[in-house]
Write a protein that binds this ligand. Structure first.
Ligand code: TRP
Length: 440
C-alpha cells in the first residue's frame, strides 16, 4: 500500500480560539487517524520569529499551542503521527539555503504577505522596504523547506496559504531539474466543507476582529462570552431566523444533525435568546470540558510535552530528514573529495594517460616534434625544420593516419622506437573518438 504523507505547520503565535478548533484542529486531528497516511504536524516556531521577537512569548505560545493540540486528541506515535518543533529539525535551515539558491527572487516579490507589506508602505508614503525584514521576504522559502524536507504529498491549508504551496512546488521543480528527481512536488489540500465560525459580533471569528472565544478559557468565562453574542431584538415567543444567526451557526458547529434539527424547530417556535444561549453554552461545554481538563493537566507538566516534542523531532530527523539531506548534499556536490570520480576529472589529466605528440622549438632556432608514451618516454624524435608549418603538417598527418604515416616519413625522424607504431594508432583512435563525439 502506498502511504500518503500529510504535513502541516501550526504558527505559534497567540492562543487558539473556537474558530481555530472547528476550522483546523478538530478536522486535522480526525484526519491524522485516516488509514494509509503518515502525518507530520509541527509547531512553526521559526516562522513565529518573523512576527514575535519576545522570547518569553515564543516559549509560552509554543507550550500553549502544543498542549492545545494534544488536549484535542492528537496522539503522536512517531510512526504514523509526528509532532515536533520546526526549530529542532536542523535540516530545515540547510534545505532552506539549497532552495534559496534556486528560488527566483521575482517569485518572492509576488508573495501576498510581502506584497501587502509593500503596499501598506506605499499607502503610508513610506519607503517600499520600511520595516520589512528579509525574514518576511523569505517566509515562502522556509515554508517550502518545512514541506520538502519530509517529502510530503499533501498539505492541508487555508486558502490564504495556497500560493505558498505553489511556490514550494516551483522551488522543488527547479531543484529537481538541476540535480535530479529528489523532491516530491507537494499539493495543497483545501478543506472545502469546514465551516468558518462566526465570532461574538457575527463577523468571522478572528483575532484581528477581537471577537473570539478562547478554546480553553474557564467554564465561567465561556458562559459569559456566549451570553455576550450579539442577537436581534426579538422577544421570547417570536419565531426566529436561523439564517444569519451567529448563535445558530455556532450551535451547528458542535451539534449532531438531530440536535441541529431540534434547535431549528426551537427557533421556529420562538425560543428566547437567553434559553438558546444556555443550550449553546451547554453543548459547547460538553465537548470542551474533557479537553479542558486534559489541557490543564498538560500545562501543569510542561516537561512531558518537552520530552514528547524532542522525541518526535529526533525520530523524524533520523528516519526522514537526515537521509534526504544526505542525498541532497551529495546531489549538489558537497561530496567526499577523495571519491572524485575519473569521469569528472578535468580534460588535461584524461589526455595525460595517452601518448602525446608535441611541437616545440629548440635553442638552435629550429622546429621539432616528438612522440612520447603515456609513461613519458620519447618514442619518436623528429629532425629539425626551418619552418614550423612543416613540423605541424607532420603532426597533423600522424593524428589523422596513425602508424600508417610512419612509412612515408623516414626522412623526418632522427629516432624511432619500435613502440611508436602502437602509440600512434592509439592516438589516432582517440582523435577519431573525439571527432565522432563532436559530430554526435
Ligand atoms: N504559513 C502557515 C500558516 O500561517 C504555517 C506553516 C508554516 C505551514 N510552515 C508550513 C503550513 C508548512 C503548512 C506547511 O498557517
Amino acid at each position: 500500500m502506498t502511504v500518503t504523507r500529510v504535513l502541516t505547520g501550526i504558527t505559534t503565535s497567540g492562543i487558539p480560539h473556537l474558530g481555530n478548533y472547528v476550522g483546523a484542529i478538530r478536522p486535522t486531528v480526525a484526519a491524522s487517524r485516516a488509514p494509509g497516511t503518515q502525518n507530520f504536524y509541527f509547531l512553526a516556531d521559526m516562522h513565529a520569529l518573523i512576527k514575535v521577537q519576545d522570547p518569553a512569548k515564543v516559549q509560552r505560545s509554543t507550550l500553549e499551542i502544543a498542549a492545545s493540540w494534544l488536549a484535542c486528541g492528537l496522539e503522536p506515535d512517531n510512526d504514523r503521527v509526528w509532532f515536533y518543533r520546526q526549530s529542532e529539525i536542523v535540516e530545515i535551515p540547510e534545505l532552506t539555503w539549497f532552495l534559496t539558491c534556486v528560488a527566483g527572487k521575482g517569485i518572492l516579490n509576488r508573495a501576498h504577505a510581502y506584497k501587502a507589506a509593500v503596499d501598506k508602505n506605499r499607502a503610508d508614503d513610506q519607503d517600499d522596504d520600511f520595516g520589512i525584514t528579509a525574514g518576511l521576504f523569505m517566509y515562502p522559502v522556509l515554508m517550502a523547506a518545512d514541506i520538502l524536507v519530509f517529502n510530503a504529498h499533501k498539505v492541508p491549508v487555508g486558502r490564504d496559504q495556497v500560493q505558498h504551496i505553489e511556490m514550494a512546488r516551483d522551488f522543488a521543480q527547479r531543484f529537481n531539474h538541476l540535480y535530479g528527481d529528489h523532491l516530491v512536488l507537494p499539493e495543497a489540500a483545501i478543506e472545502e466543507h469546514v465551516a468558518t465560525l462566526p465570532g461574538l459580533d457575527g463577523r468571522k471569528m478572528s483575532k484581528s476582529y477581537d471577537n473570539t472565544i478562547p478554546l480553553f478559557c474557564s467554564r465561567e468565562q465561556l458562559k459569559k462570552l456566549i451570553f455576550s453574542i450579539v442577537t436581534d431584538s426579538r422577544a421570547p415567543g417570536e419565531p426566529k431566523d436561523t439564517e444569519g444567526s451567529a448563535l445558530f451557526q455556532l450551535y451547528q458547529a458542535f451539534a449532531s444533525a438531530e440536535e441541529t434539527a431540534a434547535m431549528r424547530e426551537a427557533y421556529a417556535q420562538g425560543i428566547g435568546w437567553g434559553d438558546a444561549k444556555q443550550k449553546l453554552f451547554e453543548r459547547i461545554d460538553a465537548e470542551l470540558s474533557p479537553m479542558r481538563e486534559r489541557y490543564e493537566a498538560l500545562m501543569a507538566q510542561p516537561e512531558k510535552i518537552e520530552k514528547m516534542l524532542r522525541e518526535g523531532a529526533q525520530v523524524a530527523r533520523e528516519r526522514h530528514g537526515l537521509p534526504l539531506m544526505q542525498r541532497l548534499r551529495e546531489a549538489v556536490g558537497f561530496r567526499d573529495l577523495s571519491q572524485l570520480s575519473p569521469a569528472s576529472k578535468p580534460e588535461k589529466e584524461k589526455t595525460a594517460s595517452l601518448p602525446q605528440l608535441k611541437q616545440y622549438r629548440e635553442t638552435d632556432g629550429r622546429f621539432y616534434f616528438k612522440l612520447t608514451s603515456d609513461a613519458g618516454e620519447t618514442l619518436l624524435q623528429s629532425v629539425g625544420f626551418d619552418n614550423p608549418k612543416d613540423a605541424g603538417a607532420w603532426v597533423a598527418r600522424f593524428r589523422r593516419e596513425g602508424a600508417a604515416a610512419l612509412d612515408a616519413s623516414a626522412e623526418a625522424f632522427a629516432a624511432v622506437d619500435p613502440a611508436a607504431a602502437a602509440a600512434l594508432d592509439a592516438l589516432k583512435a582517440a582523435e577519431d573518438a573525439k571527432a565522432s563525439a563532436k559530430a554526435g
